[in-house]
Write a protein that binds this ligand. Structure first.
Ligand code: ADP
Ligand code: ZN
Ligand code: ZN
Length: 721
């Protein structure tokens, strides 16, 4: 599969060894000679006994790299003493996993190790401080291998999660096991299928496709119970924004104290403590976002990834790993099963399930015969033709009125990632941009302009900087505009807005959610922040103000994300006993994403989307490697990206099938005065692309030495860069 061939023994004369992987400075790597007797018998992750320091004390370490080049004077390199005869420890397997991540995602070994290893709390040392330099001095002739500049470790590396959950706020009331309902026959069948496999030693990969409210979480709980009964442990990943108190309580009711819950607000030390409990066997289950995947359970039996399609599973910092892929690898190394679950599976996972790679389970109906909401599409072009200039269509207004009259609540949803409104001149069309980045400045409140990429701030000008006209102002369908439209139709209705402006203060997100839950407002207006996780029993109408907004994001996954957002939004309506209505407003009623989302028909969406991907050679029908080259020197960025593109073409395109585009400016061509150029290579063969990463990386290092230029690789990126 890749150059490193993990799992096989590697040839090489020298090994890079780390002594203590939970130490803050995992970048203290020491080079040792591999004795002849061990050549070809050691690998990344192999534990070794080595002589350390002036006194040559025997210490335990792990191999994190193997090479043929001495990085120190040959005579000064010490030899590995032995490979201790004991079972491969959990550290070994995590280091092996880090080795895979390094190769697969094109990062350094150090960055990969820091991702899989939580570090101990940084303790402020009082008095005499032993520095890293002293460590090096004390070992005298040993060298420090890959000393990277990244000195602080962000163990969490979590998504920019909002304040969502009031998790671990005191002991929740646990339901009694006996009061619990019985699984329905569809749920039972899935659980039995899993148990049959698990008990006969089959470790499988499964995709659970179940509509919201179909009882997936209940199935997860039963699967974990089975695994624990068999003496194994489990990891359950849930995107932070979806991890509600309600879900936590259900797991706690089932597993009591033998459970850990982590979130991005835990300190490094707190997270370390939870991971230690896993290592010591004090817990059977850990629940958390992406990084919970690296919990050091030594007897892992199952990894569950809920909402597996969620983009929060892809790390945006190096190594840019995807939790789903990495979970598959970890499960393979540890002999564990993997269950993916979603109401709107990623195109990739569904594709794999249909091809037989994953076993497909489905729960097509909500439990207890609860109905999905009734959905209708409003064509905004027709609305305009008949003279309605409001952002709220007549049909949506009528549904809202009915709900308000019945004392029910309404959610209006603006289909974009964030809230931003740009400033332009109505006289000359001038748009105010960031002086350092190729993006428009967003208007915050009435007077502040801000760049979301570099943080640049400016005052809102009172006249156009280009033509001096006073007709300058903020545009874009924002939450404020929608709120104003609601107020003009329903002057007595209490509205709440949730957007970047109203959630800047800590916990304001939660406060808005809570006050809407307590019916302190009739209508909640927001961006996608309001879509996930929350259950509002009294919401009967959901309006999607402009469904098209995320559809043409200049990104091959935009249809998939739009379908997910629309389905999630629709899932907010009619969660209680009352029926729900969803009104989707759009200029593209015939687009397959909109029509299949309106019918809540995932299969129809999938069929059309996959044929588009096949046609265009996009993942998962093909693989795609994104290469990003950055420099503050525009000419250098251009020259280097041209050289890299030439090399990529030499390496790949002579073979039939590879498609290479670029170099060209990235989606955002400049961020913080750094020019960004991209090259994309698409090919069915994964290995061919990973092989190219290595070669290109080497060439780039030579071409760019002594410059500020940097290169980044992104395999099967979820967004274009
Ligand atoms: P999902 O995870 O698919 O959204 P949940 O597991 O959260 O679905 O189930 C939705 C609701 O239905 C929850 O309140 C859950 O307690 C309840 N539920 C799940 N399975 C059953 C069942 N077999 N009988 C009755 N209620 C159920
Ligand atoms: Zn102007
Ligand atoms: Zn900027």
């Amino acid at each position: 599969m890749n150059k490193l061939s993990l799992g096989e023994n590697m040839e090489g004369r020298y090994a890079d060894v780390i002594i203590d992987i939970s130490h803050e400075k995992v970048d203290r790597v020491f080079q040792y000679r591999i004795p002849d007797a061990l050549k070809g018998k050691v690998n990344i992750g192999t534990p070794v006994t080595i002589p350390f320091g002036r006194g040559n004390t025997r210490r335990q370490g792990y191999i994190v790299g193997i090479s043929d080049e001495a990085q120190w004077e040959e005579s000064k390199i010490k030899e590995i003493l032995e490979v201790p005869e004991k079972q491969l420890s959990i550290e070994s397997r995590l280091i092996e996993l880090a080795g895979w991540m390094k190769e697969h995602y094109g990062s350094t070994m150090i960055a990969a190790l820091k991702t899989v290893t939580p570090v101990k709390e940084k303790v402020k040392k009082v008095g005499r401080k032993k520095t890293a330099t002293e460590d090096v001095e004390s070992v005298g002739e040993e060298m420090t291998g890959d000393v990277s500049a990244e000195s602080s470790v962000d163990v969490q590396q979590l998504s920019g999660a909002q304040q969502t959950t009031e998790i671990i706020a005191g002991k929740p009331e646990t339901e009694h096991e006996a009061d619990r309902f019985e699984l329905n026959s569809e749920q039972k069948e899935i659980v039995e299928n899993f148990c049959d496999d698990f008990e006969t030693g089959v470790r499988g990969k499964y995709l659970l496709h179940g509509v919201t409210g179909s009882g997936k979480t209940e199935v997860y709980i039963e699967l974990v119970k089975e695994v624990v009964r068999c003496g194994k442990t489990a990891i359950v990943l849930i995107p932070e924004i979806s991890l509600t108190l309600q879900t936590v309580e259900r797991f706690e009711a089932a597993f009591g104290g033998r459970i850990s819950i982590i979130n991005s607000r835990l300190s490094k030390g707190e997270k370390y403590t939870e991971f230690e409990r896993a290592r010591k066997g004090e817990t059977d289950l850990i629940i958390g976002p992406r990084s919970a995947l690296f919990a050091p359970f030594s007897n892992l039996g199952l990894i569950i990834i809920d909402e597996e399609h969620d983009t929060a599973y892809k790390s945006e910092t190096t190594p840019k790993y995807h939790a789903r892929e990495t979970a598959m690898k970890r499960a393979e190394l540890e002999g564990a099963s993997v269950v993916l679950g979603s109401a709107t599976p990623s195109i990739e996972s569904y594709y794999r399930a249909l091809s037989g790679e994953y076993k497909l389970w489905s729960l097509p109906d909500r439990v207890m015969g609860r109905a999905l909401a009734t959905t209708s599409i409003v064509d905004l072009r027709e609305e305009l033709k008949s003279g309605n200039r409001s952002i709220i269509s007549r049909e949506l207004a009528a549904r809202m009125e009915q709900a308000f009259d019945a004392g029910e609540q309404v959610m209006l949803f603006i289909n974009r990632r964030g809230y931003s409104s740009f400033v332009s001149c109505r006289s000359c069309g001038h748009v105010i941009k960031c002086p350092k980045c190729d993006v428009t400045l967003a208007l915050h409140g009435n007077h502040k302009l801000m760049c979301h990429y570099c943080g640049y701030q400016a005052e809102m000008p009172d006249k156009c900087p280009s033509c001096s006209s006073k007709l300058i102002g903020g545009y874009g369908t924002g939450t404020e505009k929608v709120e104003a439209a609601v107020k003009s139709i329903f002057p007595n209705i209490r509205t709440l807005r949730m957007d970047k402006d109203t959630t800047t203060r800590k916990d304001s997100h939660q406060r808005i959610i809570n006050s809407f839950k307590r019916h302190k407002a009739d209508c909640l207006i927001g961006t996608q922040m309001i879509v996930k996780g929350h259950d509002f029993g009294n919401v009967t109408v959901v309006g999607i103000v402009l469904a098209d907004l995320s559809l043409f994001d200049n990104d091959y996954t935009s249809a998939e994300r739009t379908f997910d957002l629309l389905t999630q939004a629709a899932g907010r309506a009619g969660r209680g006993d009352k029926p729900g209505y969803v009104v989707i407003q759009t200029y593209q009623p015939e687009h397959y994403t909109i029509s299949s989302a309106a019918q809540q028909d995932y299969n129809s969406f999938f069929r059309q989307e996959i044929s588009y991907r096949r046609l265009m050679k996009y993942p998962p029908a093909s693989h795609m490697l994104g290469i990003l080259i950055t420099s503050k020197d525009e000419e250098l960025a251009d020259r280097l990206s041209a050289e890299v593109a030439k090399k990529v073409r030499e390496l790949l395109s002579d073979e039939k099938g590879a498609v290479i585009t670029g170099p060209g400016p990235a989606y955002i061509g400049r961020i913080n005065e750094s020019y960004r150029r991209v090259i994309y290579a698409r090919d069915e063969k994964y290995d061919k692309l990973t092989m190219a990463i290595d070669k290109v990386d080497g060439i780039f290092a030579k071409l760019s030495s002594e410059t500020d230029a940097e290169i980044q690789f992104d395999m099967d990126p979820m967004n274009v860069v």
